[in-house]
Design a binder for this molecule. Structure first.
Ligand code: 5GP
Ligand code: MG
Length: 472
């Protein structure tokens, strides 16, 4: 295995992006959109608006409601166009350079950018640009796109953007704003979702359709992979700037990341996630179980699907405290498994003496399940059978999913039986990659990125020494 690959530190985690065009209260609508997309990023939030001549910026570390905590803040973002961004939290390192939208001064005027995804040739590109004399203010790959844009020639901004994008590879769903234009685009593989909606004469783009629902906008379609959409006074102008023979939609958006009430990659997340539960129950049943339970909230839908298929009751046996923030004061006396206890409390009356199936959507480090199994055992369950609605995660993600390095991925180093022993479950079964692929939508010949499960990286990752070969 290439050691460097597990240690690349500029990987940008998954995010939420929004763009609103042609509504007088654009920044308030962008704020509401970000609110609906909060699950895609809790570390920072920001909005840039335009009144047709100037751009206005407010972006900070924190949740959407904290960053935009008063009407006055939104009032300082006037105009009928706005873009926004939520950034996902990573463990430890949180620096202000992570805050988006980024706002820079181009020779044609100000430009703001919101980016969801991660570029895989960041390191060689940055080195190249630095050698050419570029100065960088952040370690962000979104700034790199702006640097390339600044250097490229072309009649229009979208021409220059297309020129710049020829240099970058990887995952990018982008929303850019200038004083009079909004530009929206998706990388040719379509790693990350991005959809288009309309409302009351206005246009909206968002990472997920749940943001459109809150704004009472009508879903029109997804932005196509390799499509660039320019929105200005003359209307919407779409160009295909690049095409790829295969798509690489992130399958983990269906497994975990997107909200179940959203439509991504042209299909409903809820429907797909239930199908994952059906498949899991068919392929890996737990015949003697009394109840099916979920790990709220992320596995609720898959657990319902499992229960439905197996004909066994779904029970709510873990109560989640929704107010767990990132920091809380730990008790001075060490309490075992405090982290998971503050988040989940078991309902003893449901669990005592029962054989339960815990349906979980994914195992990353294995810590959640280890603690949870212990917790439900203390509540008196007779047997705990764990069923996971995705395959073992054996490989890091370089396209924006917030996984730890390979060294921390439980399934990269341990067999399923070893993981079962570690989490102390009576049985443990996962969906296989084939079962997962069979359960996700396949209309329009959709292609998926399954790299975290299979190690098949659809776009090779470059490090300083050039393209990296994947030989694990
Ligand atoms: P583990 O404890 O095994 O490291 O993490 C597994 C749990 O984290 C599962 O409950 C799953 O729903 C959740 N999860 C999966 N992917 C992510 C992610 O990218 N970020 C966060 N915060 N949680 C995740
Ligand atoms: Mg979870």
């Amino acid at each position: 295995m290439n050691k460097q690959l597990t240690e690349i530190d500029h990987v940008r985690p998954n995010c939420g992006v929004i763009g609103v065009w042609g509504r007088p209260e654009a920044s308030t609508l962008a704020y509401l959109g970000l609110y609906a997309l909060q699950h895609r990023g809790q570390e920072s939030a920001g909005i840039v608006s335009s009144d047709g001549s100037k751009l206005y910026h407010h972006a900070r570390m924190g949740l959407v409601a904290d960053v935009f905590r008063s009407r006055e803040i939104l009032d300082r973002l006037p105009g009928s166009m706005a873009i926004g961004h939520n950034r996902y939290s990573t463990t430890g390192k949180s620096t202000p350079d992570n805050v988006q939208p980024l706002l820079v001064e181009d020779r044609t005027g100000p430009i703001a950018i919101s980016h969801n995804g991660n570029l895989v040739n960041y390191t060689p590109l940055r080195k190249f640009l630095e050698e050419e004399g570029s100065l960088f203010q952040t370690s962000s790959d979104s700034e790199l796109i702006l640097q390339l844009l600044a250097r490229s020639h072309g009649k229009t901004l979208s021409d220059r953007l297309v020129e710049a994008l020829k240099m970058v590879r990887g995952a990018y769903s982008l929303v850019l704003l200038t004083a009079r234009q909004m530009i929206v685009l998706r990388d040719p593989h379509g790693f990350r979702p991005l959809c288009l909606g309309k409302f009351n004469g206005g246009t909206v783009v968002a990472s997920e359709s749940c943001a459109l629902d809150l704004l009472e906008a009508e879903y029109v379609r997804d932005i196509e992979p390799g499509e660039i959409l320019v929105i200005d006074e003359s209307g919407l102008n779409s160009i295909k700037f690049a095409s790829s023979s295969h798509k690489a939609h992130c399958i983990f958006e269906f497994v975990y990341f997107s909200r179940p009430d959203s439509r991504v990659f042209g299909d409903n997340v809820d429907k797909t996630r239930r199908k994952l539960g059906h498949s899991l129950a068919r392929a890996h049943p737990a015949l003697d179980a009394d109840y099916i339970i979920s790990v709220p909230d992320s596995s609720n839908t898959a657990a319902l699907g499992f229960a439905h298929e197996s004909g066994k009751p779904f029970e709510i046996a873990l109560i989640r405290n929704h107010y767990v923030g990132r920091t809380f004061i730990e008790p001075e006396q060490p309490m075992r498994d405090f982290g998971v206890k503050i988040k989940f409390n078991p309902v003893v009356g449901v669990l005592k003496g029962k054989r339960v199936v815990v349906v979980e959507d994914s195992i990353v480090r294995g810590t959640t399940l280890k603690k949870l199994v212990r917790l439900v055992r203390k509540a008196g369950v007779r047997e705990v059978h764990v069923r996971v609605s995705s395959p073992p995660i054996r490989n890091p993600c370089f396209y924006g999913m917030n996984f730890p390095t390979r060294s921390e991925l439980m399934a990269a180093w341990h067999s399923v039986e070893e993981i079962r022993e570690f989490i102390e479950a009576d049985s443990l079964e996962y969906l296989t990659p084939e079962e997962l692929l069979a359960a996700v939508p396949h209309q329009d010949c959709q292609g998926y990125c399954t790299a975290c499960f299979t190690g098949n990286y659809p776009v090779p990752i470059d490090d300083e020494d050039g393209p990296v070969r994947f030989d694990w």
